[in-house]
Design a binder for this molecule. Sequence first.
Ligand SMILES: Nc1ncnc2c1ncn2[C@@H]1O[C@H](COP(=O)(O)OP(=O)(O)OP(=O)(O)O)[C@@H](O)[C@H]1O
Length: 232
Amino acid sequence: MALLTIEGLSKSFYLHRVNRWVQGCRDISFAVDPGEFVGITGRSGSGKSTILRCIWRTNLPQDGRILYESARYGTLDLARATQRQMLYLRTCELGYVSQFLSALPRQTAYDIVMRSALETYGEERRGEAERASEAMLRHFDIDENLWELYPRTFSGGEKLRLNIAAAMIKRPRLLLLDEPTASLDNASKVKVRSLIEQLKAEGTTMLGIFHDLEFMEGLCDREYNMQEGAMS
Ligand SMILES: Nc1ncnc2c1ncn2[C@@H]1O[C@H](COP(=O)(O)OP(=O)(O)OP(=O)(O)O)[C@@H](O)[C@H]1O
């Protein structure tokens, strides 16, 4: 059974200032099986991120269903799930990684992963959360000298690895990757590629957007191309 089944998903944005609608994505349907890595490509503005934001529910779709097999709720339509259910899923079942780091000011790299770990383990299992955070930072090759630093000054590759460590400590059942390689140089892209291969080998189900078709070569189990809001 698919972990995620998207049926007829459409999202447009109404722009009050110019009094017109902009198409995000229209009539999108596809499925992602457990352990699969599905890639979405397409030109800038074709609606790729809109799909991911509908799954993460920062966008509320106008039409369609996003059926997700939740460990806690069973089959759940993310287009209609409650805020409370979405909050739980974002904390415990879904992961979202982009090239941007969403960190609070004066939070060290270690704090970022630890905050994520505490959401899963809870305050009462702080010791376990600490051990898991350290293991995760090492697992994703983040130099111990960086742990107590603020990631503002990190390289693109280091920020991304930190993002992935913070997302993966929750062991998400579905990881969403929104152009994680967009601003990286070639050497960092190669590292990200091996990181994705590693996540795949560990059985993580992933849905990822990538600009760079060369980067995708041989990496995805399936690939969809977006054109002006529609999928082919
Ligand atoms: N919040 C929003 N308000 C208005 N328009 C939006 C909003 N979000 C997206 N859009 C519009 O929807 C269309 C699709 O945007 P989306 O971000 O999904 O494209 P994309 O394929 O991910 O682009 P890129 O590769 O450049 O990130 C674009 O025309 C964009 O301007």
